[in-house]
Ligand binder design. Structure first.
Ligand code: PMP
Length: 440
């Protein structure tokens, strides 16, 4: 099927994000429609969605209740400002989210993406300390290989060099903890790696350079997704929590990927029983159907802002589309689907099968590590020496064979919608094995 919108004059009108643009336009991968576990591409091929779009379509594609909720609200209230006013679904969505977040994280600030959520969380952390007479707490600590989106705040706290290198010095007040990836001790771990809780102690080492009373917050993804499915070693997050508590530092979990069932629980905070002070979310919040992000904060942070004259704006921050009515409708409908179909429990129940399927690739060519938890797996591939990376070849061939994967660095990521069936899990990993056997 020759599509003039793709191959005609518009071809160069579109500049794609995070894309090798010249390589892409030689053989574009173009998606036309989607239903359940499958996309349909421009060639008319069904493509099994092995990465929930971009880790967001947790309930599967074009789910009727979500589509209808979006349609209804778009026809009823297409837009409402939420600066100095609100609308009913904004309250309802906030209430529904706060019922799902761990107890105490009950106040929800809306934005439109994971990047905005990251920057919002960082600004809240810094402003909170200022509002409470601790203006010296302005530094933020992130982690090597961390990904918190592409805003200047999230990028500065993030730790992926290829994302940072073109953008100059970034924000000065960010320091980084080491990542926890330790294949010499933890290769082919199933679930959380056994070794490495002590990587959290690096926070105390940072205090040699940065006095703890100058640090506003530590921000980490409980599981790093974009940097290649890096799971926290057993005990690591608890240890971070303890050190933060000891020094009055806020702990921020970026749950943009780990939220909404990916690990077989509502959030990683719930699964690992470690409670952050601030939590970011996006992606699965609306099943990817409409952009939306959110930040949940604990009560003391919210009330910490509710001081001073009542007519004063407590937090001078927000977006035109914060709590957009259509996004709120999508979020509520999405949370209904998760609840009614018990999708987080389903993910937990399927996890052992998914784990076995992922680890069945242990002896496949080029595989040097496999990591998994819930319905997410990362397969680390030895880098090849051709101009086109081996992992890109695997990703591209899989797409041509009807399976959508994600590759970042040398990791193939698999994170399907939580509605996936066992035979579809088999197909994903069998396709990867077949391709690895024939890829140089
Ligand atoms: N934080 C994390 C942990 C993410 O994985 C992502 C996106 N993959 C983001 C933030 C940024 O989200 P967005 O692309 O919606 O801005």
């Amino acid at each position: 099927m020759q599509n003039t919108a793709i191959h005609g004059a518009n071809r160069d009108a579109l500049w794609l994000p995070f894309t090798a643009h010249r390589q892409f336009r030689q053989a574009p991968r173009v998606l036309i429609s989607a239903k359940g576990m499958y996309y349909k591409d421009a060639q008319g091929q069904d493509v099994l969605d092995g990465c929930a779009g971009l880790w967001c379509v947790n309930a599967g594609h074009t789910r009727t209740p979500i589509v209808e909720a979006i349609q209804r609200e778009a026809a009823k209230l297409d837009f409402a400002p939420t600066f100095q006013m609100a609308h009913p679904l904004a309250f309802e969505a906030a209430g529904r989210i706060s019922a799902l977040t761990p107890p105490g994280l009950d106040h929800i600030f809306f934005c439109n993406s994971g990047s905005e959520a990251a920057d919002t969380a960082l600004k809240i952390a810094i402003a909170y300390h200022r509002a409470n007479g601790r203006a010296e707490r302005s530094k933020i600590v992130g982690r090597e290989r961390g990904y918190h989106g592409v805003g200047l705040g999230g990028l500065s706290v993030g730790g992926i060099s290829s994302n940072r290198k073109q953008f100059g010095p970034l924000l000065a007040d960010a320091a980084h903890l080491p990542h926890t990836y330790d294949p010499s001790r933890n290769a082919f771990s199933r679930g959380l790696p056994k070794f490495g809780a002590e990587y959290a102690d690096a926070l105390e080492k940072l205090f040699i350079t940065h006095d703890p009373s100058t640090i506003a917050a530590v921000m980490v993804e409980p599981m790093s997704g974009s940097a290649g499915v890096l799971l926290p070693p057993v005990g690591y997050l608890k240890r971070l929590r303890e050190i933060c508590d000891k020094h009055g530092i806020l702990l921020i979990f970026d749950e943009v990927i780990t939220g909404f069932g990916r690990l077989g629980a509502s959030f990683a905070a719930e699964k690992y029983q470690v409670r952050p002070d601030i939590m970011t979310m996006a992606k699965g919040l609306t099943n990817g159907a409409i952009p939306m992000g959110a930040v949940a904060v604990k009560d003391t942070i919210f009330t910490g802002f509710m001081q001073g004259p009542e007519a004063g704006i407590e937090l001078p921050h927000g977006y035109t589309y914060s709590a957009h009515p259509v996004a709120c409708a999508a979020a509520i409908a999405t949370l209904n689907v998760y609840r009614d179909e018990r999708l987080f429990e389903r993910a937990a129940a399927l996890a052992p099968y998914f784990e076995d399927a992922a680890h069945s690739l242990k002896d496949a060519p080029h595989v040097i590590d496999i990591r998994n938890e819930g319905l997410v797996a990362g397969i680390e591939i030895a880098p090849g020496d051709g101009e086109v990376s081996r992992i890109y070849k695997v990703f591209d061939t899989a797409f041509r064979q009807g399976v959508l994967l994600r590759c970042s660095g040398n990791t193939l990521s698999i994170a399907p919608p939580l509605i996936i069936e066992k035979n579809e899990i088999d197909r994903i990993f069998e396709t990867i094995r077949r391709i690895l056997i024939t890829t140089s």
